[in-house]
Design a protein around this ligand. Sequence first.
Ligand code: HEC
Ligand code: HEC
Length: 310
Amino acid sequence: MQKIERLIGISSLLVLSINAAVAAEGVKIPPVPQAEPPGQLGETVRLGRELMQHTDTNPLTKAFVGNKLNCSSCHIDAGTTSTVGTFIGSATAFPAWSKREGVVESLQDRIANCFMRSMNGMRPPIDSRAITAMTTYMTWLSEGQPIKQNPIKPVTPFFANQWPDQQLPPLFKQATHANYVAGAQVYAARCAACHGADGQGQTGFPPLWGAGSYNAGAGMSKPVQMGTWVKQNMPLGNPNLTLQEVADVSLYVDAQQRPEFDIREHVPAKAIETGYYNAASVDDVETVKGNLKALGLDLDTIRGDKAAAH
Ligand code: HEC
Ligand code: HEC
């Protein structure tokens, strides 16, 4: 266990040095503020960071988590990297338009929605202590930066143009079963040592598919979003895949089984009945098959399941 923690520690250092390179490509991200504010406000910033890192075990959040992930599984180092997934600058974009939810959403809304999608859990009340602390932490990460509400998408201004990566959709749209096979090979060579040959993860390394991972309504379950993130963040400490390898491995991972998403199972019934829940529709149902279909791909053909049946 200690060994694994040390390995992660080393990886984080490597990530930091790579971040400098990514930043050099044109995205300049301000540093994390040096110190937390005094008093209770600082305490709350620290609580928010702790909740990002131990979402699945902290008593304030664990009841709302339905898988084996933490926020920091994807928002690495609690969202303080210079890569896609960073929280630096995010707070300045809110309230922002969300095409997915069909409404303007607050930062609190955005955080709560991650619990039901990425964390496959229940949407916590936005006035809870947990959401308040996480919002406080994220706002602190944007201290000193100008507010610029985003009328197009709810993301940090530093990656608003690259998120998602515009080079990826064409690679997915022309994908075939051969890309899935190539993706399996990339996975075995570059991912399996940490995430397990079966994608179920191991201590210190989160699962990439199956019941313990993100559901089919999560941003990461969309191959284009996943590719955008993987390109800058994985393999951890050494994100050096070619764009084609990124596309293939993301296709492979997002074609595996994971929980379906039906929004009605993740929002408290009362919030739906009373119309209190801030979304245009409560009929959102998302599946692995649908996520591939959105790119013009047929899941069975990509996986080769049809060919195998003959
Ligand atoms: C499985 C990976 C994953 C996990 C776990 C996850 N997120 Fe995210 N998150 C994403 C992705 C991918 C995006 C951007 C794409 C999108 O719009 O869905 C995102 C975007 C966000 C944003 C918008 C900020 C920005 O600048 O992009 C916020 C806020 C956020 N997540 C908060 C959280 C919180 C809080 C948790 C834990 C409760 C969490 N996320 C867990 C993958 C994840
Ligand atoms: C050196 C170990 C290591 C390797 C190799 C690695 N990862 Fe990861 N990965 C991690 C760790 C650790 C996390 C969680 C980050 C954290 O908690 O700080 C993670 C998180 C993730 C996540 C988000 C969380 C989840 O479970 O969905 C995805 C997606 C992911 N990795 C994909 C990949 C892919 C694809 C590859 C291969 C191209 C890969 N990783 C290779 C260690 C690794």
